[in-house]
Design a protein around this ligand. Sequence first.
Ligand code: UDP
Length: 208
Amino acid sequence: MSLLIGVYGASGCGRGIMPLLRAQYPQATLIFIDDGHPPGRVNGHDVVAWGDFLEGRSENRAVSIAIAAARTRQDIAEKCEAADVPLVEARAASVVQMDEVVIGQGACLSPYVTLTSNIRIGRCFHANLYSYVEHDCVIGDFVTLAPGAKINGAVTIGDHAYVGSAAVIRQGLSIGAGATVGMGAVVTRDVPPGVTVVGNPARPLTKG
Ligand code: UDP
């Protein structure tokens, strides 16, 4: 039976992931799943709601969660698990991965991502265009790297953290769970859980 792959999210992220999966699985049927989009077509693929995906044409299904928001990714991952639908990895052909890299299920690895050696990464990791992860990093679940994010060696990143476009994290630091690193930030100190840092050198964002 042919494979039916649902790319969950038909917005910006999903439209960047769909072509990767099309190249990886030329024999599969590929559709978007989106709960907020009217049924129709996006970039040549059907868009359906989650319920229709489950009812649909195939027993042999898998999902790629192509939504940047980490909590939403987790909710959908749990929904997939409850429905016994496996997550599939989307990986551009240009991704460079060196030795002893362990990645949890459901990652989305965009073009020109580099993962060097001895790295551990959790579930549903999103590494956007040109981001890199250097040696000996440990990355949690549902972590997102925006385009060009630079994670230097031996950095630890907690679950749900978000690293903005072109931000740089100095070697050996820890980025806490749920932390946000702003676009272009140069991070030279540990970032506590849940804190947003911006600037060069990066400092906590204060209101007002
Ligand atoms: N979405 C969904 N189910 C959810 C949450 C979000 O189908 O439970 C869809 C939402 O309708 C939207 C997409 O996911 O089309 C998220 O798009 P957005 O532009 O917010 O961000 P992106 O992750 O693509 O950058």
